[in-house]
Write a protein that binds this ligand. Structure first.
Ligand SMILES: C[S@@+](CC[C@H](N)C(=O)[O-])C[C@H]1O[C@@H](n2cnc3c(N)ncnc32)[C@H](O)[C@@H]1O
Ligand SMILES: [Zn+2]
Length: 263
């Protein structure tokens, strides 16, 4: 699988594209950086300590949260946000992506792979599950093996410096994460860069509740769980050359399918 994605990789350190892949991982011929492949996860941040870890991100990396994430945490969180079952959201996202002719797909901030696996089962090509958290990715690898999904390659890195060349993916998915990123505008800029000119992006995120009795303020201020304003998000998406084709709003959960438009 590493061989298949190699032509689309770019060194996150020096942005060079002369990369070599082997059993131990990927190395950059331009700057000499080594990116190890460990337990099925290609680690772009093995020697990088500069990434900002928000308080919410720290909580989500704890072993107990990782272990209950898929069965309980995500389902309950989604139900509170939307008043509907999480399975319906998975169907929405898989349905969005199925409308598009996809080959390679990037599942950005894949977590334990709760969307990665169903997307991979329907995809015709390789699916890259990409996340910042080692514990999440380790768990994702176990679930991928358990489910016998063969076309997923996991990578650890940051959404703010994607290790891919421009236009590398005809399809990107990013669920439950855009509002948690420390710098969502930087992630959108990277999505714009690595998405193919006529590629598609599917997203599930959260919109700030109109009345939350101070809960939204607390979440944003103290643990950096963010919310978007729907108009503002639509504008940001448009500024990154993405046209929303379809969207669904379920209380404060907002999902959309967008197409990249050439300048
Ligand atoms: C709530 S989880 C969403 C996981 C999954 N996509 C889902 O929908 O359930 C958010 C994920 O974003 C990841 N994340 C946070 N900051 C990131 C960054 N800068 N780059 C890549 N992933 C990041 C976290 O590690 C976490 O797994
Ligand atoms: Zn390099």
């Amino acid at each position: 699988m590493l061989g298949e994605i190699l032509p689309y990789l770019r060194c996150p350190g020096c942005t060079g594209t002369d990369l070599r892949a082997g059993a131990a991982g990927v190395s950059c011929k331009s700057c000499g950086a080594q990116y190890p492949l460990q337990g099925g996860v290609l680690d772009w941040l093995a020697t990088d300590r500069s990434e900002v870890i928000t308080p919410f991100q720290r909580v989500m990396q704890t072993p107990v949260v990782v272990s209950i994430y898929e069965r309980l945490w995500r389902r309950l969180g989604y139900f509170i946000a939307s008043s509907r079952q999480f399975e319906k959201e998975v169907q929405t996202i898989v349905g969005f992506q199925q409308q598009c002719e996809t080959g390679r797909l990037l599942d950005l901030a894949c977590g334990t792979g709760v969307f990665t696996r169903p997307l991979a089962r329907k995809a015709r090509g390789l699916v890259v599950g990409f996340d910042l958290s080692r514990p999440m990715l380790r768990h994702a690898q176990r679930l991928i093996e358990r489910d016998g999904v063969k076309n997923v390659l996991l990578m650890r890195g940051t959404a703010f410096r994607l290790p891919f060349i421009a236009g590398a993916f005809p399809a990107i998915n990013c669920c439950g994460a855009l509002h948690l990123f420390d710098r969502p505008e930087l992630a959108l800029r990277e999505i714009d860069r690595v998405l193919d000119r006529s590629g598609h992006l599917s997203v599930q995120t959260t919109i700030r509740p109109a009345h939350s009795g101070g809960a939204a303020y607390f979440l944003e201020r103290f643990i950096r769980f963010g919310f978007f304003d729907e108009t503002g998000l639509r504008e940001q998406v448009r500024l990154h050359r993405l046209k929303i084709l379809e969207s669904e709003r379920h209380r404060i959960s907002f999902s959309f399918l967008a197409r990249h438009i050439s300048p």
